[in-house]
Design a protein around this ligand. Structure first.
Ligand code: ZN
Length: 205
């Protein structure tokens, strides 16, 4: 089953110097493939989500790749290639360096809500290049963007406001831990529900 998710460009909510090429590519849509049965109950954690992959299109053979079926066995893949799960940062750099729009390079396949959240989070990385020296702020921008896109697409995805809110609360905890790891104060305001939802009204284009 395939769902087209709207992923309009959203404003930068972190200090401008965090990114060297914010919105270098204007995001549009993300094609999401899932099986008929999928899981909305798994908790969101900071771990790499299992069974979440970006399936590569022909234009993306320059990216590190592994067979899709090894990472998402339930999705019926044969010999399709997927972005290697360790290579999110490589893809962020390489897509930007070659100016290949992410939409032309890949689509998302996952069967869980945490997988969808992290897929959208990575989708934000792919459209906003930064040196990743400000890790907590870089990730915060991607978390906020993923939550806003999920809110916008909640009917297409098939989640309730309560399910979205549970995800948001978990994302706040993950973000706070990153700021603590950098021994700096947590910047929580952009993750407030009204701030996230308001972002969609102030979208850039
Ligand atoms: Zn990230």
């Amino acid at each position: 089953m395939r769902t087209i998710l709207l992923t309009p460009p959203l404003p930068c909510v972190v200090p401008a110097e965090v990114f060297d090429a914010f919105a270098w590519c204007v995001s549009g849509e993300l094609s999401w493939q899932r099986p008929a049965e999928w899981s909305k109950d798994e908790p969101l954690t900071a771990d790499n989500p299992p069974r979440m992959i970006f399936v590569l299109r022909e234009d993306a053979s320059f990216l590190p790749r592994e067979l899709a079926r090894l990472h998402a066995p339930a999705l019926g893949f044969a010999d399709e290639w997927a972005l290697a799960p360790y290579a999110i940062d490589d893809a962020t750099d390489e897509l930007y360096a070659r100016r290949v729009p992410p939409e032309r390079a890949m689509w998302l396949a996952t069967d869980s809500l945490p997988g969808l959240f992290w897929g959208l989070h990575d989708w934000a990385h792919f459209h906003n290049h930064g040196p990743f020296t400000e890790r907590a702020f870089t990730e915060l921008q991607c978390d906020v963007t993923a939550l806003a896109w999920l809110w916008q697409n909640r009917e297409r995805v098939g989640i309730t406001s309560e399910e979205w809110e549970r995800l948001r609360v978990a994302a706040v905890g993950i973000s706070e831990a990153r700021f603590l790891a950098e021994q700096r104060s947590f910047v929580a305001d952009p993750l407030e529900p009204l701030a996230v939802q308001g972002l969609l009204r102030s979208r850039v284009a």
